[in-house]
Design a protein. Sequence first.
Length: 353
Amino acid sequence: MFLIGGLLIYLAIEKEYEPSLLLPIGFGAILCNIPLSSAVGETGFLTILYNAGISTELFPVLIFIAVGAMIDFKPLIASPFMLFFGAAAQFGIFATMMFALATGHFSLPEAASIGIIGAADGPTSIYVAKEFAQNYLGPISVAAYSYMSLVPIIQPPVIKLLTSKKERKIRMKYAQVHVPKVVEILFPIVITIISGVIAPMSVALIGALMFGNLIRVCGVLERLSLTAQNELANLVTILLGITIGSTMSADAFLNTSTLMIMGMGLVAFIFDTAGGVLFAKFLNLFLKEKVNPMIGAAGISAFPMSGRVVQKIATEEDPTNFILMQAMSANVAGQLGSVIAGSMILALVPLFM
C-alpha cells in the first residue's frame, strides 16, 4: 500500500494527473496503513473527517456547490440540443453496471456503484458508493478520479477508432446567441425543480450544483462566488482527498475485487466515449446539417478536459476547424447528465432489490 500511495503521489507530481486529488489520496493511503497509526481509529483525525464528511455525504455536496460556481451554462442554454449528447454519453454507466452484475462477483448495489465510475464525476461516484458499497469506496473513488485525469489518453484512440478522417473534419456552424440575464438566473432554479420532480434523489447534488451556479450568475454575490470557486473548492478538495485515501487500508484494497473495479472503471469510460460518438453518428443519418461525431465524446462529465480533447483532435485534422463551443456545451450537459444518472441509480436499485 505504501507503493500504491507513492504511485498516486508520483502521478500527481510528475505526470500532473489530477494532482489536487491524487496527491491527498496517495498520502492518505500511506497514513492509514502505518501500523498502529494514530491518524485512523476511533480518535484518529482521518476517521473523524470520514464520519463528518463522507458518511454524512457533506463533502461531495460542498464540492458540487464549488463546481456549480465554476461552470458557465450559457453555451448550453444557447444550444439546448447538446443535452442529448450529455445523456447519450452516460451509456457506459449502465453497460458497466450490467457487466459487473454478470460477473457474479458483485451484488446489484455494488455493480451500480462500479458503473457510476463511468459518470466521470468523482463526487457523484463517492455519493453513490457511500450509499451502496462502502466497502469499495476507496477503489471506486481512486478509479473515478484516476480515469478522469486520464481522459486525454483514453478518449482519442476510441474517437479515432469510431470515426473516419472525413467525419473528424466536419465543421459546425456556431452563431453567438445572447442569453438574457434573467434566463441565466432562472436556469438553475428551473433545472433544480424539474430534476427534483423527475428524480427526487437528485435534489442534494443537482440542488448544490445549481445553487453554486446561481451564486455565480445572480450578479450580486461576486465575493461569495469567488469564495466558492477558490477557498471552498480548495479546502474541501484537500479534506475529501486525504479522507478517501484513509479508506484504502491493505485488507480492503489489495484483493481481486479492486483489480476488477479498476478494470471495469476503464471499460466504463471507454463505453461512455463510444456511446456518445455512436449516438452522434446515428443522428447524422437524419440531420441535414451534420454534427461532428466527436462532439458526442464530450458528453461525459469530465469538464473541461473532454471538451478540450475534442477540440485538439479537430485541430489536428484541420487547423481551421473550431468546435470548442459545441464541445463545451456537450461537456456541460454531461455534468448534468451524470448527476441525473447517479440519482436514477440511487432511486431504481432499491426497487429491484
